[in-house]
Design a protein around this ligand. Structure first.
Ligand SMILES: [Zn+2]
Length: 519
């Protein structure tokens, strides 16, 4: 290659020309983008790296522009110059004594029409959830899914609608069971603009059909999320699925890799998958049949390798199954009355055979004991898998009974902490790993060039994840609660939002005569 040497003067002249034309171009096309200057805040960047600070952060438009310590770094042997200062017109946030982390990416939620969209969006945003992955669910009961949801995601991203970033997964229909069905439907969905495909029924899990779906999804650069159906086809386990899927949702299919003989659990003779109550009683119990040694020495290393070397991420949604372990807790969380639309809460508390997940009349101590014991094995597996480099994301399955949007996302983080992830790892799961699941570039980490989705907190989330809850008011000197949450600001795409106001709006929507508007 011929090397062209230029004089310093030539280079400077060229640069000057470029700069002038860039300035002229930007002056003609758009006014300067609004800036937010966050002063002197402690930084948790989402990568799992230790907290550091205090830092100054400049957000310009919807992007993080610069991050810099407020004082020179003395360990470098020479002082680093401090260049970041506010300029006139900056929106200044005083971050002293405060903490910043990336906006949370909720990797598994469901819309439940006809809940008002604003109700769902505001609950999530008030908990710092700036991105949601919709795993099936509609805005209106009769809408044209997934087209309507894709259009909604576009409006949200364009700022024409107020709410978190939305990723849309389309549910593979139960009745489509042939490999030839895969390409036409998935190509169609890809053209519509969906982000991924979700399989939750056996129809898409016959190995030949699953392989065809995975191939079509990959060809279209779509995610593939699998809820291994509880009516599992023998041979289909978390290990076989993780070879081709980008995520496994929930806890099914793992214990089956470590049963004493084959992968079929002992089930009661009258076990019927269609009987949801029996199913919920039985499926967690499969963990109690698993050989822990086999699970830890064979399953976990293979799963972790698939995750480290490939696209696979685990989305445990532990919080869904917590109600099996402790129904009283789930059904009586202190925030349910205040922030749940009354009709929804009534439905959740009325056991009804036609409501998915409403299984809890006559839920016994023995049912809870079995769930608690299963949880221990599951937690061990998640911790070991994470220790070996496996990726884990935060999903709450919000929308189902007692799974209140936002609150349960934070509870899922607490449960991962209980499973043995460190607080830094939990925050990484809720941010960087979430971006991995939704396959978004430049999201989930506080880093220049990345999307400006960030949370300013009054207290350190590494010491207490509950500071993210919409039920943790700061207390004044007289012991009176101030505001509703320790999240001081949510910044979404560079726009500063007051989460306290969002919670007030949500509470107003739950009043019996509230005008909640149409979705
Ligand atoms: Zn779900």
């Amino acid at each position: 290659m011929k090397v062209i040497f230029r004089t310093r003067a030539t280079i400077l002249a060229t640069l000057a020309t470029l700069l002038i034309s860039a300035n002229v171009a930007s002056a003609q096309i758009a006014p300067a983008e609004p800036r937010v200057f966050i002063k002197g805040v402690m930084l948790i960047d989402g990568t799992g790296a230790p907290m550091r600070g205090p830092m100054n952060i400049v957000v310009q438009g919807d992007t993080i522009k610069q991050i810099e310590p407020t004082t020179p770094n003395i360990s470098q042997g020479r002082p680093t110059s401090i260049t970041l200062v506010p300029v006139p017109g900056d929106q200044i946030i005083d971050g002293s004594g405060k903490y910043v982390m990336p906006g949370i990416i909720e990797a598994h939620m469901h819309y439940h029409a006809p809940l008002p969209k604003a109700y769902v969006y505001k609950l999530f945003l008030a908990h710092g959830v700036t991105s949601i992955r919709n795993m099936d669910g509609r805005i209106r009961p009769d809408d044209d899914f997934p087209a309507t949801m894709v259009a909604e995601a576009k409006r949200l991203r364009a700022g024409e609608e107020f709410g978190p970033r939305l990723w849309v997964y389309a549910m593979w229909p139960e009745e489509l069971t042939a490999p030839e069905d895969a390409a036409p439907l998935i190509d169609h969905w890809a053209k519509l603009g969906v982000d991924g495909v979700k399989i939750a029924f056996n129809g898409g899990l016959y190995p030949d059909t699953f392989a065809a779906i995975a191939k079509a999804a990959k060809r279209n650069n779509l995610g593939l999320a699998v809820h291994i159906a509880e009516a599992r086809i023998p041979g289909v386990t978390a290990l076989s699925v993780a070879q081709q899927a980008t995520s496994i949702e929930h806890h099914y299919g793992y214990a089956e890799t470590a049963l004493k003989a084959g992968d079929s659990p002992d089930l009661p003779p009258d076990y019927n998958y269609q009987d949801e109550r029996q199913r919920f009683r039985t499926t967690l119990g499969i963990w109690l049949q698993a050989d822990l040694h086999k699970l830890e020495t064979q399953t976990v290393p293979q799963l972790a390798a698939l995750s480290r070397d490939g696209d696979f991420t685990m989305v445990p949604t532990m919080v869904v199954y917590e109600k099996q372990r402790d129904l009283t807790r789930a059904a009586n969380a202190p925030w349910l009355e205040r922030y749940t639309v009354p009709a929804l809460l009534k439905r959740w508390r009325t056991p009804e055979k036609t409501v998915h997940g409403a299984i809890f009349d006559r839920w016994t101590s023995l049912d809870e004991a079995q769930a608690a014991q299963a949880y221990v094995k599951w937690e061990d597996m998640i911790r070991l898998y994470r220790e070996q480099g496996g990726h884990v994301a935060v999903g709450s399955d919000s929308g189902g009974p007692f799974q209140l949007f936002g609150f349960q996302t934070i509870r899922e983080m607490e449960l991962l902490e209980q499973a043995g992830l460190t607080p830094l790892e939990v925050i990484q799961s809720a941010t960087q790993e979430g971006a991995r699941v939704v396959r978004a570039k430049n999201l989930g980490v506080l880093r220049p060039g990345y999307k400006a989705d960030l949370l300013i907190l009054d207290e350190n989330p590494l010491a207490d994840l509950k500071v993210l809850l919409g039920d943790r008011p700061p207390i004044d000197a007289d012991g009176k609660p101030q505001r509703r949450t320790l999240i001081r600001s949510v910044i979404l795409g560079g726009k500063v939002i007051d989460p306290d106001q969002l919670l007030a709006d949500v509470e107003a929507m739950t009043k019996p005569n509230a005008q909640t508007g149409t979705p």
